[in-house]
Design a protein around this ligand. Structure first.
Ligand SMILES: [Zn+2]
Length: 241
């Protein structure tokens, strides 16, 4: 005899970057087991893929034709956090090192209320001027694009950064002409990028740095030397590993 199917509650939230209204359900005990195994394993790539598979199963995005993989990292992290809160609660304990490292090797368990994590930053005008007359428009890279380039988000190289930046350029414009991605080749874009001055490059990077991200300011006394620590946590890896 077939066992009865358990009903699950559905929730909704608005994603901070794309503004998409996402439907989600809590994860099951079986799904949680897989997640815990990935966290124990500690490999960033494994964790990222486990998280994305989990969010894919628990959200209604694929029903509406959207894919979780097309979300920006911040939207993905935000959605995962909402699912996590509804599944195992809003409290998590993270292990934080002392600011006096390497003198102090104390590791302090710190409780974090996931509901108090905030989204900081904004998508400003997606236009960045490089000179008085030449500019570019940028788009937020999605999870799939970033994963395709970066082997491991914890060890992102300058070269990776350069590639992500190039991929995020949507168009190049002058006073009287707009060239979209289909109008120029990878090689032409690469040459264009290589000609940027450090200042121009930094202007573009500033746009990326100001994109919305999950942040939480945490204060704690080191369990070993009692030093007062204040840290700002950014991104999901910090909240769960
Ligand atoms: Zn300490």
């Amino acid at each position: 005899m077939a066992l009865p199917k358990l009903n699950t509650v559905e929730y909704f939230c608005k994603l901070p970057v794309s503004g998409i209204e996402a439907k989600y359900r809590p994860f099951t005990v079986g799904e949680q087991k897989v997640l815990l195994q990935a966290l124990e394993d500690g490999e960033n790539k494994t964790i990222a893929h486990t998280v994305i598979n989990l969010v894919e199963s628990c959200s209604g995005l694929s029903e509406s034709g959207d894919s979780v993989r097309h979300l920006s990292n911040t939207d993905l992290e935000y959605l995962f956090m909402q699912i996590r809160i509804k599944s195992v609660g809003e409290e998590t304990t993270i292990q934080l090192g002392c600011k006096d490292q390497p003198e102090c090797d104390g590791i302090t368990p710190v409780k974090v209320d996931l509901n108090s994590i905030q989204v900081e930053g904004e998508i400003k005008d997606n236009k960045v001027m490089l000179t008085d007359t030449i500019g570019i428009t940028l788009k937020v890279p999605n999870f799939n694009e970033v994963q395709g380039i970066v082997e491991d988000v914890a060890t992102i190289s300058t070269n990776d950064l350069f590639t992500i930046l190039a991929m995020s350029i949507d168009s190049v414009f002058t006073e009287d002409e707009v060239q979209n991605r289909s109008d120029f080749t990878e090689k032409e874009l690469d040459d264009f990028m290589n000609e940027l001055s450090t200042e121009q490059f930094n202007n573009v990077m500033e746009w990326f740095n100001e994109l919305p991200k999950l942040v939480k300011n945490v204060e704690f006394e080191c369990s070993k030397c009692s030093t007062h620590n204040e840290v700002k946590l950014e991104g999901i890896q910090n909240f769960f590993v």
